[in-house]
Write a protein that binds this ligand. Sequence first.
Ligand SMILES: Cc1cc2nc3c(=O)[nH]c(=O)nc-3n(C[C@H](O)[C@H](O)[C@H](O)COP(=O)(O)OP(=O)(O)OC[C@H]3O[C@@H](n4cnc5c(N)ncnc54)[C@H](O)[C@@H]3O)c2cc1C
Length: 387
Amino acid sequence: MRKIIETLKKNNARHFCSMCMITGLNVLWAVTYDIDEARGTNYHERLKDDLRYCMAVMDPKGDRSLPPNRQADPDLYLRVVDKNKDGIIVNGAKMHTSDAPITHYIFTCPSGVLQEADKDYAVSFAIPIDTKGLKFITRPAPGPLEPKEMESPASSHIGFVECLSVFDHVFIPWERVFMCGEWEFTEHLIRYFSPYVRICKGACTSARTDILAGTAALIAHYNGVGKAGHIRSKITDMMISSEIGWGCALGAVANSVMHPSGIPIPDVSISNAGLYHSRLRFIEFLGTLQEIAGGIVTTMPGETEYKNEETRKYIEKYFKGRRDIPTEDRLRLLYFIQDLTASRFGGYLMASAICAGGTPETNRVEVARSYDLQEKINNVKALCNIK
Ligand SMILES: Cc1cc2nc3c(=O)[nH]c(=O)nc-3n(C[C@H](O)[C@H](O)[C@H](O)COP(=O)(O)OP(=O)(O)OC[C@H]3O[C@@H](n4cnc5c(N)ncnc54)[C@H](O)[C@@H]3O)c2cc1C
């Protein structure tokens, strides 16, 4: 597992990957094992056949204060509408599915803990993405709509795709079904999901913070303020946050508990605490990077002006930073910062840090639920000699 998160961190540091949901397979690996042990089903064996996929967890959810069966429209959570000897028919949708149109299989599971009245919503399966009735409604990737050579250097090459995945009365053969009505096991699903997705997002956020730290140091140098105390201090904060995020991901892995199906379940409290810290600081650091780079991140001319002979000489002259740094290098770095912090892609990075893999509030709930506060209270009583 350590190898998985190391790869995630490396991929993010170089290419901003969006693979945190790949851990869904580990989660279903353990949940299907639990169901089979308790019920004598054979979901676990079926699961082993479907290994290249995207993970569709999040339902549209409608009115968040109501459970699935009390929504005005029963399809606001993906559900089983019919069954026969060959399989099941599902109707509904999943939201925000990363990479769905570019993978082979779409893999679904419930997005929350369900009660008995919601047992039709306790469904998990994997089907090929060209299955009849399955539709992906997607938007352009958050990059420039026309190719650029200098501007948008990251988002010109990286295309994140999320979509609304609609299941319009889709037939799923039994051999592709991994959960059907076992609502009691949705609690296991969420319990296993939480630390998995959090260690992956923790590694990813740490790597993205490393990118901000490197960028901040370089632009500070280009601007001649690399040695300024307040800037070094802010970059040190980025380093600390990155190490906390990465350290918690590693610590949660080291503190794993082995599930009888053979996969480790990372530590819930440490993984959630690390991500909570690093994701909030990450979005703060997007602003810090703008502060260090200066207002030209948003006000600078585009590359069309730089490539225009008439205007280029002025840009060359007035966008110069340190004497030894070519203006073009400084501009290229500033375009990168613009891409990271002041563009559709920048907005995407912020949303990805805040919402992807569950919101910060979810992290707080998970820490409060799994941290052993009573033990700490008892320790304090012992320190005070309170019987
Ligand atoms: C870039 C990106 C990629 C993603 N990729 C995937 C993916 O591949 N697969 C997938 O399944 N999902 C994916 N997601 C979805 C992600 O998991 C959700 O966005 C996240 O879990 C939050 O859910 P939501 O967006 O429905 O927000 P909501 O649940 O609507 O939350 C909005 C606010 O309402 C609060 N809230 C919600 N319900 C309640 C309640 N009952 N009581 C009190 N407060 C409440 C929340 O705490 C939050 O503050 C992705 C999201 C992003 C941004």
